[in-house]
Write a protein that binds this ligand. Structure first.
Ligand code: PRX
Length: 632
């Protein structure tokens, strides 16, 4: 909404794609290397798909995120931690951070964790979670952070898949005044996983938890026994850095593997360029460390840049929707990076919560995780930012490691709801079902034609699945799973997922994983799950189930089925609607026609082509079941 021209961006973008190797060689210098690289891009999307960046360089992430800043600005604040309970906070300087990370790394070494070992984190949003991540980085262990809202079952699956024999957790977490059992969930997960593991436990709330002398170690018992100096591991750029699980359209969640050098270059560069981060500013990303946004833009990107990153333990709109603005004012937050779902819920709560707050410190706003509707965008721009602060609507994914499509400070004018321009070096395209590029204005599948340093390298233990999922549909390109179109100015508009992935409040769920949770209940013979529009969450999960003989469709059973999903996946996956139906619309080959289910829920009269439906009578029966649905 400013009239700046895009000349600077256009010129740099053109250079970044014309002379990619040179561009990324130069960009790589923003971080400290132990042994410099001789080449930037060693990737190939052909054949076996190999993604490699800065391959012969060596480095350590913790040195880059901590030590190099502690040396020159030891007292500069690295992390501002704001507790769930109002009035409680902690400012951690770069020197404090260095000592804490080193101690934590020494503890891990003392417990036998070695380079390459997978360490699972199931942690609340407390500084020790960041220390733990950076401590793993320091000693070359590969962390797998599991969002602390996932159930024991989900945690167990991730522990087993990562073959992780070391878990870091806390007694309990705190969110919105509630205590979240963490240690108890880890105990349960290890029972399910039947794995031998060591558990390092942080005392956070002091809640009463069970403790196994054989298996568990309290962090505070060993903290004082180690020193604050810890030699860092020299890592190859392509050594695995972390695994992060995310849902896809089929099968179990995938453990995406990110490696060390390229990831850090990309996370730090995008953080600085997109938010025009200036030293001394306070930057707040509201994402949890359990998601990629928490990795790249709460911890690694900002800390690599020597920034001050604010970490909030609680829920930004609790106890009231004013909390978020109070934190902005109290800590003079310059950049706020959050999700559309939160913006919509704040907007729905009414403007009165903004009254009496200043928000003058804000310079820039960001959003991520799902498409932002223009109405929410305008509210964010006009009301929160007082029409002063540009909004970066950043499109990216767990797989991409960092932002790929976004406005940059000199790509104005902004358009509410558009993700705008490719970041430097990124070559997006939009194609039809046959993989042919579509004309401007036509919606199609979004893909990326060339690798970038932050891209995930593989799926842990399953490279064939990696190639099949992302590189088989259009050979030579990375398929994102999203739909998009490009307007006359060449700006990108993201529509959302075009595969069987549902985005609920910015969290990804595969319809297949929800369906398998439902059919695990003895009452359910078959299930079909779709995403339907939701005013706050963006999408919500709508489930159709066919009951087995002898089971009755009643409120008690519906509650049990929702509970089944909660136990299997976690509270964030609980469906809004579960409707019992006598049958599902299927093709002759047995495929469920979700398209028809979506139209039926939307009460659309025109169901499109139904000629392939085996039993058209089922439509009327589903309509009847829907008309009786009293949930939501
Ligand atoms: O559908 C897109 C949506 O979130 C998906 C990626 O989810 P995840 O891997 O969990 O990462 C979320 C945080 C990076 C994408 O495939 N998405 C993310 N950002 C946007 C978005 N959709 C529209 N606009 C965005 N800005």
């Amino acid at each position: 909404m400013s009239t700046n021209s895009s000349v600077g961006y256009n010129e740099e973008y053109a250079r970044s794609v014309a002379e990619t190797e040179k561009y990324w060689q130069e960009a790589g210098k923003r971080i400290d290397w132990i042994r410099p690289y001789s080449k930037a891009d060693g990737s190939s999307y052909a054949g076996n798909v190999q993604i490699k960046w800065y391959e012969d360089g060596t480095l350590n992430v913790a040195n880059n995120c901590v030590d190099r800043h502690a040396r020159v600005r030891p007292d500069a604040p690295a992390i501002i931690w704001v507790a769930d309970s109002e009035g409680e906070s902690l400012v951690i300087s770069y020197e404090d951070l260095r000592k804490n990370v080193n101690r934590f790394a020494n503890v891990l070494r003392m417990q036998g964790v070695k380079k390459g070992d997978r360490v699972t984190l199931y942690m609340p949003m407390i500084p020790k979670a960041a220390y733990a991540m950076l401590a793993c980085a320091r000693i070359g262990a590969v962390h797998s952070v599991v969002f602390a809202g996932f159930s024991a079952e989900s945690l167990a699956n991730r522990i087993v898949d990562a073959e992780s024999h070391f878990i870091i957790t806390a007694d309990e977490g705190r969110r919105g005044g509630k205590r979240i059992p963490l240690k108890e969930t880890v105990d349960e997960a290890l029972r399910i996983a039947r794995m031998d593991a060591k558990v390092l436990v942080v005392k956070h709330t002091g809640g009463d938890v069970s403790f196994s002398e054989r298996r568990d170690v309290w962090l505070h018992d060993v903290w004082g026994t180690v020193g604050t100096e810890c030699e860092s591991e020299e890592m190859s750029a392509e050594d695995p850095f972390f695994i992060l699980y995310t849902s896809g359209s089929t099968g179990k969640p995938k453990g995406l593997v990110h490696t060390t050098g390229g990831y850090l270059v990309y996370a730090s560069m995008t953080h600085e360029r997109i938010f025009a981060y200036q030293p001394g500013e306070v930057y707040w990303c509201t994402a949890d460390i359990g998601w990629i946004t928490g990795h790249s833009y709460l911890v690694y990107g900002p800390l690599a840049n020597g920034a001050t990153t604010l970490m909030f333990e609680g829920v930004p709109n609790q106890p009231t929707p004013k909390r978020i603005w109070d934190i902005v004012d109290e800590w003079n937050v310059s950049v706020l990076y959050t999700a559309p779902t939160l913006i919509r819920s704040l907007m729905a709560a009414g403007d009165r919560w903004l009254e009496g707050t200043s928000r003058k410190s804000l310079r820039m706003l960001g959003t991520v995780g799902e498409p932002i509707n223009p109405e929410a965008w305008r509210w964010y721009y006009e009301k929160v930012g007082d029409s002063r602060c540009p909004i970066a609507d950043t499109w990216w994914q767990t797989e991409t490691g960092g932002v790929l499509i976004t406005p940059l400070p000199d790509t104005a004018p902004l358009k509410p709801g558009a993700a705008m321009k490719p970041f430097f070096g990124i070559i997006p395209d939009i194609v039809d079902e046959n993989g042919e590029s579509v004309p401007q204005g036509t919606q199609g599948r979004l893909l990326i034609r060339r690798s970038w340093p932050g891209q995930a390298r593989t799926i842990h233990g399953d490279h064939a699945r990696f190639m099949e999922t992302y590189f088989s549909a259009v050979p030579g390109a990375y398929l994102t799973g999203d739909g998009a179109h490009r307007d006359v100015d060449g700006d990108y508009w993201i529509i959302g997922r075009v595969d069987d992935v549902v985005n609920v409040s910015g969290h990804r769920f595969g319809t297949a994983e929800i369906e398998s949770a439902l059919v695990a209940h003895p009452a359910v013979a078959e299930a079909a799950v779709i995403g339907v529009p939701h005013p706050i969450k963006g999408q919500s999960l709508f489930c159709f189930v066919i009951l087995r003989d002898g089971y009755q469709d009643d409120e008690g059973l519906i509650a049990q089925l929702k509970q089944q999903v909660r136990a299997d996946i976690g509270a964030i996956a609980v469906p809004d609607d579960v409707v019992c139906v006598p049958g599902l619309p299927k093709t002759r080959s047995g495929k469920i026609m979700r398209r028809i289910l979506r139209k039926l829920v939307a009460r659309e009269d025109d169901l499109g082509d139904v000629s392939t439906l085996v039993d058209p009578r089922i439509i009327e029966e589903i309509k009847t079941a829907l008309s009786l649905n009293r949930q939501v």
